[in-house]
Design a protein around this ligand. Structure first.
Ligand code: ADP
Ligand code: MG
Length: 685
């Protein structure tokens, strides 16, 4: 349980003076719901105001504080704004313009009475004007700050109010004992935690204070991961060593690449230990991770255990099932599937088979870890597409089992080194850094979407030559309905042109069975074009599909584009990726597309993606609901994560139970960043 000293900070915002449901609701849009969220709602910069005796041309464009006397109000006709003319006592007239709330404005600015007006001075032809100024009575304006921190705002909470709220949140912060290694603190000249918060709220540019706050967050994360690792390592697993009776009979149409051979060696080495394996396997799309998974699973089966493979989507689970069944056909290995769609008797049969050990390998979605699923002897878990499987879920897995199974997590999202450290710090990493031989590099073109007609003509020629193609529709919003509508429109256009029997459509709102049916007829070659939203991001293999068109490509993140592109180029045929870009291309959109054209190197793309968009997006943390860093910027992470990891490791080496004075302080830091589960591990482990 969270220490009491932190309770005031973790109180709901409504507990603060003057915060009712309306403000609470407005704040929730900024993901602020508790006092601590306000305390950590750090200012993004400052505004400077100029107090001037009178308006002058030199002040145009600046935020000014002026003493003005209104002398005429002119209500606008229809939707025209209210304009109040005011004099600065030096012969200049300033127009104060209000687009809404004219009644309020007139009351604030009675004619003939002096008021202090604050706002940005604009020139509008010969006129000087201030739009929507703040207005004060002279007595109330005496302590107007010339410099004010500015905060991220939302409708219904203006800057002044937000600052008050942030400070009110901060007021609830207690003094806490220091958790940072003293020598590091001294070297970096970082202030104490509470002092650092205070400093940033009063001087947003306070670099050292900001760094310290970022460090805290990264440190808490490192510490949590290391604790996770420690606990997982302390538990005894089941050593699994195969005798080769299955793998030796596997008939593969190709040879393992050197990278695959190396990686499977690392995996086998881990599985033979009685410490459970915790390994992350990174390998670009198409690098052949599934085969590594198969070999590892067969190893487990040879050793008398069961293996389970978790896929992120239903479609992918079914494809894995098909692949595994094909590969295991000649072997006496029983493979089954369990997803939300297996119901009734089929489901019962699978559950029975798992419990009595007659099923060797289970493939499925999250259903395979749900309550009624009991395994006879689960020895290995393979997680495909790790980035959708967050730290919290990993925690759950390791907490549950008495003798935890070995864990192999696979990801096709090449993860930059610093992110591997901060998000998978507890895992060992293997990389497949080599593609199977004979692949032709994918040609990537960026084409303006006013050439849509030409692209569709090109698609026609591709289909006529017997090719198949993916057509990916843009992510308009974070709304599946709207995305689905865009995809439906495009499918309709293409059906008109190529015939409705040639064009299939899948999107997120389609039911599992329907989706599978469409995918199946695309895979069998009945369909020529598959129109899709990003549901094909991790999808089934269709060797003949050698063209992919991505509409609205600038709206996709780099990692996502790279994944999409990985749908083609999986065989030896030449293939092509066309990125259709919209007219309103932003600078970063342009940079992403240029990079896509330039390189096929997933790791390079990942590093750039981190730079351009930040870590949360890349790891898909938003989808998984996992918290990403809120204080630390990607630059902070790159700079501070290695330090924080070393610091955390040192602490755990000296004081694994976090019992010392500094250990206790570090626990506080874990609570502050809501790594409560990690503290829980300390007690149970
Ligand atoms: P991913 O890493 O994206 O999961 P897959 O495991 O699906 O990649 O492999 C992509 C394709 O490459 C599959 O069709 C697979 O059969 C093929 N493949 C895998 N390993 C090799 C290899 N060593 N040589 C040739 N082809 C291979
Ligand atoms: Mg795969």
């Amino acid at each position: 349980m969270r220490p009491e000293i932190l309770n005031p900070l973790f109180a709901e915002v409504e507990a603060l003076k003057g915060v009712g449901p309306n403000i609470a609701k407005a704040l929730s849009r900024l993901r602020i719901s508790r006092a601590i969220d306000l305390a950590y709602h750090l200012p993004t910069g400052t505004i400077d105001r100029v107090r001037a005796p009178a308006a002058s041309a030199a002040l145009i464009g600046q935020i000014v504080i002026l003493d003005l006397t209104p002398f005429e109000a002119r209500a606008g006709a229809g939707r025209a704004p209210l304009r109040i003319f005011a004099s600065d006592g030096d012969g200049n007239t300033i127009t104060l313009t209000f687009f809404n709330n004219p009644g309020w404005a007139k009351k604030q600015l009675p004619l003939g009475e002096k008021r202090v007006v604050v706002g940005k001075l604009d020139a509008w032809g010969d006129e000087w004007q201030i739009v929507h100024p703040e207005v004060f009575e002279p007595a109330a304006a005496s302590d107007l700050a010339l410099r004010e921190p500015v905060y991220g705002l939302t409708e219904g909470v203006a800057n002044k109010r937000m600052r008050e709220l942030a400070l009110a949140g901060f007021e609830r912060a207690p003094e806490l004992a220091e958790w940072i290694e003293p020598s590091l603190l001294a070297r970096e000249q970082w202030p104490a935690w509470r002092a650092a918060l205070a400093q940033v709220h009063s001087e947003p540019a306070a670099t050292r204070a900001r760094k310290r706050l970022a460090y805290d967050e990264i440190f808490a994360n490192q510490l949590a991961l290391l604790l996770l690792r420690e606990v997982a390592r302390r538990k005894r697993g089941v050593p699994l060593q195969g005798d080769g009776r299955l793998t030796s009979r596997l008939r593969l149409p190709y040879q393992l690449t050197d990278a695959q051979t190396r990686v499977i060696g690392e995996v086998r080495g881990d599985m033979a230990q009685d410490r459970p394996m915790l390994r992350l396997l990174q390998g670009d799309v198409g690098s052949g991770k599934t085969l590594v998974a198969l070999l590892a699973m067969l190893e487990a089966v040879e050793a008398g255990a069961q293996a389970a493979m978790l896929a992120p989507t239903e479609i992918l689970a079914r494809q894995h099932l098909a692949t595994l069944q094909r590969q295991c056909e000649a072997l006496e290995v029983r493979v089954a599937i369990l997803t939300g769609r297996e119901k009734g008797r089929a489901r019962e049969a699978v559950l029975m088979g798992l419990a009595d050990g007659s099923i060797d390998i289970l493939v499925g979605t999250h259903a395979i870890f749900q309550q009624p699923v009991l395994y006879h002897r689960l020895g290995l878990i393979v997680i495909d597409e790790q980035h959708r499987f967050g730290v919290s879920q990993r925690l759950l897995l390791s907490e549950k089992a008495e003798r935890p199974p070995h864990l192999l997590a696979m990801t096709a999202t090449p993860i930059p080194r610093t992110l591997t450290l901060t998000h998978y710090g507890e895992m060992d990493v293997s990389k497949i850094d080599q593609m199977p031989p004979g692949r032709t590099p994918i040609e990537t073109l960026v084409i303006s979407d006013n050439k849509l007609g030409d692209v569709i003509d090109g698609l026609g020629r591709h289909l006529a030559a017997g090719g198949q193609a993916y057509w990916v529709c843009p992510l308009v919003e974070e709304s599946e309905t709207i995305d689905a509508a865009a995809a439906e429109d495009r499918a309709a256009t293409l059906r008109q042109r190529f015939g409705s029997e040639k064009v299939g459509l899948v999107h997120g709102r389609l039911k599992g069975a329907d989706k599978d049916a469409v995918m199946a007829s695309f895979a069998s070659g009945d369909l020529g074009v598959l129109v899709a939203t990003t549901v094909i991001e991790v999808g089934v293999d269709v060797p003949n599909a050698t063209l992919i068109v991505v509409e609205g490509a600038e709206r996709f993140g780099l990692a996502q584009l790279h994944q999409l592109r990985g749908r083609v180029g999986r065989g030896t045929q030449a293939s092509r990726c066309i990125l259709l870009r919209g007219q309103a291309l932003t600078e970063s959109g342009r940079a992403r597309l240029a990079l896509m054209r330039e390189t096929n190197d997933g790791f390079r793309i990942a590093e750039e993606d981190l730079r351009l968009r930040g870590p949360g997006e890349i790891l898909g943390l938003r989808q998984s609901g996992e918290q990403c860093f809120r204080i630390a910027s990607p630059e902070d992470v790159a700079e501070l994560a290695p330090l924080a990891q070393a610091d955390a490791r040192l602490l755990i080496d000296r004081d694994g139970g976090l019992a010392s004075e500094r250990g206790q302080a570090a626990r506080m830091c874990l609570y502050l960043f809501e790594r409560d589960a990690a503290v829980g591990l300390l007690r149970s482990g």
